[in-house]
Structure formats: structure tokens, C-alpha cells
Design a binder for this molecule. Structure first.
Ligand code: GAL
Length: 637
């Protein structure tokens, strides 16, 4: 099992290398990840490549039996690149290039950056082509993160216009599909199409969706450039990986396209970061892990796992004793099979002085060190358990077009795309029912329940597949706003294509603002609340399960079910509260005979290979099946 630390030997005096490596081994690690920000050390001047520094690091690592994950260094480029090729630096919406100084500031489409990338990556791979100590090549670092998915430079503008031309062929086709007749925006030629930078009111939603697709394609094509070089040189035992960041739904970047090209998906797991006063909820963390696993529908690696408080300028929550270790266990339980901590020692200089590592500046063994040491021992003893595949009977389906469609028009100040996934995922998480979170393009026919939160873009092929799924006895759950748009990000001049399938008509809708809450009532009399949005539903063949309670709208349903043969189609037309989400998940699972595991509040149980992994997310002790589980402890039974 790959267990390790992110190590940046270049940050420290040369004489510390050997002692650091000895101590990393003593900690129980077998792998170090190096190199991903060290371009200048490898190419001090353009075309002069030296790898002596890393030759030495790798030799010393190998002497101690440590394997190496090597990162291509393109996430930060040397200052000479900015000086000699200022046009490779990405531009913000005002047409101003980023200043050299931060990171991830390059433009994915800049021809010179692609050339420089090709050169350094080729030199690096060629140099280490026979180096067996390298077990994986990580390309770049967190592509698209920190706003680096966007660039508004003239190259991107031209490429965007070319992208649209190749997609639509004729400008008339684009005008028709975008509906540029509105506000008299009709284009005579592709060269008139603007970048969607700041304007008064808002840009055309179809244009915004195409822009997101183009940004995503730009990142993925840049990644492919590097992956092709790695694949050309890499040895059979070496994997090509990339470390994805959290908050993926917030970027114009579809990681599914990248995942297809990777041997293994890797993730950087930071349940708390920056100014957050509290960590993400356990179910939210679980959702992100389910998403990462869903990219290849395989187990994954974590190459950066938090160990301590983090933040560049503002620091938030300090993980409580054993809490970071608990998050590591949770990640293993949900499909991680190799884990490296960020990082061996916190840096004393530069922008990340407040991102804690395992060791602090005093360089002494501390509680974090002991957490890591014990974690490595505990998971190494369970290697066979963690190598088993994870099977889920429930899938949540997302779609990046749909996500970007919402980004163009969130429709409510309270709307949060990820939040709508958390909402419908939380019920299953509370019942300890495993879920996959996957792109709707993937085959979902083998699940028992598929949930589509806020899938406002639904096209005919997806509807066909959902109909076949239900015809075979499956349960489909739609969230609010489902099916209102086509793939051009426009409303159809017809009935919603889901009406027959769901057996209803959404007569009207109301956007609920931040803090606004409405009441809903079950046919059995139970009361619940909803936020963010409500669809006012008139059931046709569907049955009402919950209706609104307020005057004028109490004749409309909020939640319905349509029975189609042996299958069922649920429609959840409002942002329901967590209690109701749990009740509904319980009902859906019971109907489909999916096993649930009861557990105390805050206790996550993963059933896997005949074992139970029990993660206590509470800051207090709990009793579970005759075991006493300490605060933030994980027990495997
Ligand atoms: C990650 C990043 C690392 C480091 C870390 C700090 O997102 O990949 O390089 O910046 O955050 O917490």
C-alpha cells in the first residue's frame, strides 16, 4: 500500500535531506511526492536542463527503500518565462494579465507555454526514463484550481471563436440556437463573438455554456499534451496521475475527460481550508469522495491529505485531536487505496507559512506526527480490505453542461449546485447506504436507484435511458427544475419533456431567497420545510406525497411519485430539509430492498468485504454494537 508524504526537499538546507528521509521512513511512509513546483531548479535558463538535484534526492530515497511520485513542474513557471514570454500569462476579465508571483497563472492555450511545457516535460521524462524508483508521474498540480480555469486573453478569444465555428459551421446556426434575435445580438460572423467578460446585465446563456465547455476543453487539451509525453516514456510499472482539487463543481472543468486518460485518479482531500470556521459536514466530505471514486468507478489515491490547519492569508478551524486522522480513515473507507499527507514539514518562508504540515517549524515529533504514524500502521494492517472494490446500489447523476447552465443563471440567491447534491446525498449517508456520484453519460442501468438533483438540462437520449431504467424496475428521483432546458441552455417551445415520465406538470415556480423557508405537509400529516426553490406541481398520473401549506399555493404538490410498471419516478420539487431527505431515502431504500445500517448521529459506517468501518465524526464518545468508539476514532469490526 502506498503511504507517504509530500516532501519539498528544495525548501530546506541541503544537510537536512538525509535526516528528513530517515525520519520519513521511521514515520512508516514508503513513498515521497516531489518536484511539482520546482521548474526553475530543472531549467534555470531556457533550454538548459539539469536534474542533478533530483537525481540525488531520488538516490537517497531509494537507499532507504522509499518510492517516488514525481510531479511535472508546470503549475508554477520560472520568472524568466514571464519576462521572455509575457503573453503566456493569463488575463483577467478586465484584460489585465496576472502578476508573476502567485501560481497557476498561465494560459492553457498560449502557444509558447505549450512549447515550454513540451520541452520541460520531455526533458524530465527522457532523463528519468530508466528510473525504476519513480512509481508515478503526476502531471501539473490541481489543474483549473484557484480560478485558473478562466483566461480572457486574445489567444483564448480567437480560439473560442474558432471553437464555435467548428461547432456550428454557419453563423446562422449559432444565431438560431443562441436566440441572438433577443436584444438584437445577431452576429454576421464568428469574429464578432465577444468574450463573456463583464457587461451590463448578463450575457446570453448559450454563449456562457459554450464558454464553459471551451474552458474545460482548453484545460483538458493542455493535460493531454503532458499525458502523451509521459505515456511515451513511462515504464510499465509507472502510473500517470493528476491530483484533483475539492470544489470541482465550481469550475469550468469536466474532470471526466481527464480521468479517461489517467491510470489512476488522485485527489487532494482538504475537509477544511482557509477561513472556514468549521469543516465540511461528514456527508459533504463523503459526497466528494464518492465523486472522485465515480470518475473512473475505481478506487483512487489521495496525494495530499490534510494534517493540520491550512490557509494562505487567513487560517480557520484547527482539526481537533485525531480528526484529521479520522478524515483519512473515512477516505480509505470510501475508496482511497494510497494516501500521502500534505506535507512533511510546514514551510517557514513563502506564501504557505500557515499551511501546517506533519512537522512544524520546531521540527519536533508532535501529536500530528503520532496521528500519521498510527494511521499508517492501522491501514497497512488492513491492506486487503482497502483494495476491494466498492459496490453501490444508489447513484447520484451529474452533468457538467447542467452544472454550467446553473452557473450562468443560479435563479435563487440561495442556490448552490453542490449544496443540492449534499441535500439529496445526506439522506443516504445518514442511513449508511453507499452511493456513487457519476456523470450521467456513464452506464447507470445496474443501480437500483438513480438520483438527479437539479438536472435542468435533460435531452432525449438521457430521458430514453431513464425510461429504460424505470421500465426495468428502477427508481428515479428528480430534484426541482428538472428537464426545463435543452443542451443549448434554452427552454423548449413545448411541454417539459419529463412531464409524461413524471406524470405531472409544473404549473409555476418560486425562487426562495437566503433565509426564506416554506412549509410542506405529507399526506400522512407530517410536516417539513423547504428552502431555495419550489416548483408548483399539478399531478397528472402521479400521486402527491407532500403539498405546500401556505395560502394560494396549498393546492399544489411539492413531492410526487409516478408509478410506471414496476418502476417509480419521484419528483422532489423543493429544497427539502435534512429530516425529510433522510425519511425519503429510507422509503426509497426500503422499496428497493437496499440494506441500511442504523448508527448514532455523526457515526458513519461503511460496510465492505464483510467488515464494518465505523468512523465517529463526533467530538464525543459513542457506543456502537458493543464497542466504545472514542471521539474521532475509527474502528474496524
Ligand atoms: C493544495 C495544493 C498544495 C498546497 C496545499 C495547501 O491545494 O495542491 O500545493 O498549496 O493546497 O493546503
Amino acid at each position: 500500500m502506498i503511504l507517504g508524504v509530500d516532501y519539498y526537499p528544495e525548501h530546506w538546507p541541503v544537510h537536512m535531506l538525509e535526516e528528513d528521509l530517515d525520519r520519513i521512513v521511521k514515520l512508516g511512509a514508503n513513498t515521497i511526492r516531489i518536484g511539482e513546483f520546482a521548474w526553475h531548479l530543472m531549467e534555470k535558463e531556457e533550454g538548459t536542463y539539469t536534474f542533478d538535484y533530483f537525481d540525488h534526492v531520488i538516490d537517497e530515497a531509494k537507499k532507504r527503500g522509499l518510492n517516488v511520485i514525481f510531479g511535472t513542474p508546470t503549475a508554477t513557471f520560472p520568472a524568466w518565462v514571464a519576462k521572455n514570454y509575457p503573453e503566456v500569462v493569463a488575463m483577467n476579465q478586465s484584460g489585465v494579465r496576472h502578476a508573476f508571483g502567485g501560481r497557476r497563472i498561465y494560459c492553457y492555450n498560449a502557444p509558447e507555454y505549450k512549447r515550454l511545457t513540451r520541452n520541460i516535460v520531455t526533458a524530465l521524462l527522457a532523463h528519468y526514463k530508466d528510473e525504476a524508483g519513480i512509481i508515478a508521474w503526476q502531471i501539473d498540480n490541481e489543474l483549473g484550481h484557484e480560478g485558473s480555469d478562466q483566461c480572457y486573453c486574445p489567444v483564448c478569444h480567437r480560439e473560442f471563436q474558432a471553437y464555435l465555428k467548428s461547432k456550428y459551421g454557419q453563423i446562422g446556426e449559432l444565431n438560431q440556437r443562441y436566440g441572438t434575435i433577443f436584444w438584437g445580438q445577431t452576429y454576421n460572423d464568428f469574429d464578432e463573438i465577444p468574450l463573456p467578460t463583464e457587461t451590463i446585465t448578463t450575457h446570453n446563456p448559450s454563449l456562457l455554456l459554450d464558454w464553459a465547455r471551451f474552458r474545460s476543453q482548453s484545460i483538458n487539451q493542455y493535460a493531454t499534451l503532458q499525458i502523451d509525453i509521459v505515456n511515451h516514456y513511462k515504464q510499465p510499472h509507472q502510473k500517470v496521475i493528476h491530483n484533483l482539487f475539492g470544489g470541482f463543481f465550481d469550475r469550468a472543468y469536466d474532470q471526466n475527460v481527464l480521468a479517461e486518460q489517467l491510470d489512476v485518479v488522485a485527489y487532494d482531500n482538504y475537509p477544511v481550508w482557509g477561513g472556514l470556521e468549521k469543516p465540511l459536514s461528514p456527508s459533504h466530505i463523503a459526497l466528494t469522495l464518492d465523486y472522485i471514486r465515480g470518475l473512473k468507478c475505481e478506487n483512487f489515491w489521495i496525494v495530499e491529505e490534510l494534517m493540520g490547519a491550512q490557509g494562505h492569508t487567513v487560517i480557520g478551524y484547527l482539526p481537533r485531536p485525531n480528526q484529521a486522522k479520522l478524515w483519512s480513515h473515512q477516505a480509505m473507507a470510501r475508496g482511497c487505496e494510497a494516501l500521502l499527507y500534505f506535507r512533511w514539514r510546514g514551510m517557514t518562508r513563502g506564501a504557505e507559512q500557515f499551511c501546517q504540515g506533519i512537522l512544524d517549524a520546531d521540527n519536533l515529533e508532535n501529536d500530528k506526527y503520532r496521528e500519521v504514524e498510527s494511521f499508517f500502521k492501522e491501514v497497512a494492517a488492513e491492506e486487503s480490505l482497502y483494495m476491494t472494490p466498492i459496490k453501490a446500489e444508489v447513484a447520484l447523476l451529474y452533468d457538467y453542461d447542467n452544472r454550467w447552465s446553473w452557473a450562468a443563471q443560479p435563479q435563487s440567491h440561495a442556490f448552490d449546485y453542490t449544496g443540492e447534491f449534499v441535500r439529496l446525498h445526506a439522506g443516504f449517508h445518514r442511513l449508511n447506504v453507499m452511493t456513487d456520484v457519476i456523470d450521467q453519460k456513464k452506464d447507470f442501468s445496474h443501480y437500483k436507484i438513480v438520483v438527479l438533483p437539479v438536472m435542468q438540462i435533460v435531452d432525449e437520449p438521457l430521458l430514453d435511458r431513464l425510461q429504460a431504467f424505470v421500465a426495468a424496475g428502477g427508481t428515479v428521483v428528480f430534484g426541482f427544475r428538472s428537464g426545463i432546458k435543452n443542451r443549448d441552455n434554452n427552454i423548449r417551445l413545448s411541454e417539459n419533456i419529463l412531464n409524461d415520465f413524471c406524470g405531472l406538470k409544473v404549473v409555476s415556480y418560486e425562487s426562495l431567497g437566503i433565509g426564506q423557508q416554506i412549509g410542506i405537509k405529507g399526506v400522512g400529516g407530517d410536516e417539513a420545510t423547504a428552502r431555495v426553490w419550489r416548483d408548483l406541481i399539478r399531478p397528472l398520473t402521479a400521486e402527491t406525497l407532500y403539498a405546500y401549506t401556505d395560502a394560494f399555493f396549498d393546492q399544489y404538490a411539492a413531492i410526487t411519485v409516478n408509478t410506471v410498471g414496476t418502476g417509480k419516478v419521484y419528483y422532489v420539487g423543493a429544497g427539502i430539509d435534512e429530516n425529510l431527505a433522510v425519511m425519503l431515502a429510507r422509503k426509497w431504500c426500503e422499496e428497493k430492498h437496499i440494506a441500511q445500517i442504523a448508527s448514532p448521529e455523526g457515526v458513519e459506517v461503511v460496510h465492505r468485504a464483510g467488515r464494518k468501518i465505523i468512523c465517529n465524526h463526533n467530538g464525543h464518545q459513542v457506543a456502537y454494537e458493543g464497542y466504545t468508539v472514542e471521539p474521532y476514532e475509527t474502528v474496524i469490526i
